[in-house]
Design a protein around this ligand. Structure first.
Ligand SMILES: Nc1nc2c(ncn2[C@@H]2O[C@H](COP(=O)(O)OP(=O)(O)O)[C@@H](O)[C@H]2O)c(=O)[nH]1
Ligand SMILES: [Mg+2]
Length: 447
């Protein structure tokens, strides 16, 4: 046990600092009122302060501790799932006393090995009617990487390329036709076809498998990834990441998974914040995960208080959950900018767009467009386990020059998340059947 002293303006302030800096395992041992400053050691005009002695368990990062924590977390989530879940109505309990509605289905379903065989009814229903988020295609602005140009190329509906390129090899044409049907644009596929023709000899072309394998390699070259949350953070700065995206895209669960990965698995000091105050359910959902992992949690209500909390927060990584904004609440997107202002000089802020791979390509583009004003560089792609095809979203990222950060592959917190992988993404585009068997369990593999 290590002991530290904390000073604050009152006892409550000291306890708050203790919790934020050292988490729930820290204990208050003693407290006293002290005076600070004063003229020439006389105590005249001295400031009255509080001081507390805090016991902090030594930093344990052993494999056993991490494994125990993960096991506890998994068990806790399973228990919650058993007691709170009412899958058919879409109602699940996430806070200790609340039963709340989130998303379109149950939040904490039992992990599925064979996803198709035991897919819950609510999910099956969702698969039949893929969600279409209420996003408006915003006015096109010629800012930065032009999404309006992307729009033209991606939304282009090509009838068929057959008539335009009669000389194309039938195996290449077969792949192009399939990917066209799955939502990729003729422009992108034309470039791919030309590259494949150049790279494959006449003998290679006789086997369709050679064409698909080369197509995977080609896509791998075009896909950009970066799965380090600290990436680009200057030395000595704290990393703040805002997760933005439509309601139901998977922000909160992805944050919980990443928090587990970075705190329990990698031993980083992580705090969870939410700016989504409109719904008590949204607060409870993230708080539940924060409590389960013993991480500091803060629901940002007013900017002044949030600033005070940030100053006291001793973590190196702050993951910020946000409300999903639709065009009807576009002023809220501006409000998000206000939260950015609260962070100080030593903070390095990044925004990551959380995008579901189950939405239509028009919708994905509308989302990418709507969030452009908050300036995201990376995409966290969710629901790969529910996606039919991945071509259009991979193309979208290529067209707007964004990187993939992580891939969420199921509902199981904290395991169903993978570092983005060029190979996996490319293979899922070319062999969509791969999406069906996709699974997480990243900790169990790497710990
Ligand atoms: N199948 C599947 N469901 C997911 C995935 N990520 C999130 N979900 C579910 O999608 C719903 C909405 O997720 P949530 O994190 O609350 O979304 P938010 O509104 O963006 O915070 C919940 O039921 C999640 O369990 C995923 O990768 N695969
Ligand atoms: Mg949420």
């Amino acid at each position: 046990m290590d002991f530290v002293k904390i000073r604050g303006k009152d006892l409550q302030d000291c306890i708050m600092q203790m919790k934020m800096k050292y988490g729930p395992e820290a204990h208050l041992y003693d407290q006293r009122v002290i005076t600070e400053g004063g003229l020439f050691g006389t105590g005249l005009m001295a400031q009255r302060m509080y001081e507390i002695d805090v016991g902090v368990p030594e930093k344990q990062n052993s494999k056993e501790r991490i494994e125990r924590k993960l096991k506890d977390l998994k068990e806790l989530i399973k228990q919650k799932q058993r007691t709170d879940s009412i899958p058919e109505s879409g109602l699940v309990g996430i806070g200790s006393n609340h039963s709340v509605s989130i998303g379109t289905g149950g939040n904490l379903h039992v992990r599925k090995k064979n996803i198709d065989a035991v897919r819950p009814f609510s999910e099956r229903r969702r698969r039949q009617n893929p969600p279409v988020y209420a996003m408006e295609v915003h006015e096109e602005r010629p800012v930065g990487l032009s999404l309006s140009e992307a729009r033209d190329s991606i939304l282009e509906v090509a009838p068929s390329t057959k008539s335009q390129t009669p000389e194309r090899h039938p195996h290449i044409q077969k792949l192009v036709d399939r990917l066209l049907n799955e939502g990729m644009s003729s422009g992108f596929l034309e470039e791919m076809a030309v590259a494949l023709e150049r790279r494959l000899s006449a003998v290679d072309l006789t086997r369709y498998a050679n064409v698909t394998d080369k197509a995977v390699t080609y896509l791998e070259e075009r896909i950009q990834i970066d799965s380090d949350l600290f990436s680009g953070t200057p030395r000595g700065k704290r990393k703040i990441i805002f997760f933005v995206g439509p309601t139901g895209s998977g922000k909160t669960t992805s944050i919980a998974k990443l928090a587990a990965k970075y705190s329990l698995h990698m031993g980083k000091k992580v705090s969870l914040y939410t700016t989504d105050n409109y719904r008590i359910a949204a607060i409870d959902q993230l708080k539940f995960y924060a409590d389960a992992m013993g991480l500091p949690f803060y629901a940002a209500k007013d900017l002044r208080k949030m600033k005070e909390t940030i100053v006291r927060d001793g973590s190196e990584l702050i993951l910020v959950d946000t409300a999903g904004y639709s065009h009807r609440k576009s002023e809220n997107l501006e409000k998000l900018q206000e939260f950015y202002q609260v962070f100080g000089e030593k903070d390095y802020i990044e925004t990551i767009l959380v995008l579901s791979s189950t939405v239509s390509k028009d919708n994905a583009l509308a989302v990418a467009n709507a969030y452009e004003s908050v300036g995201y560089k990376r995409i966290l792609l969710t629901k790969l386990d529910e996606a039919e095809f991945l071509g259009s979203v991979v193309e979208l990222a290529d067209t707007i020059h964004r990187e993939f950060a992580f891939l969420s592959v199921g509902q199981d917190v904290p395991f169903d998340i993978l570092n983005a992988s060029k190979k996996l993404l490319a293979e899922c585009v070319i062999f969509p059947e791969k999406l069906k068997g996709i699974a997480g369990e990243v900790f169990e593999k790497t710990v």
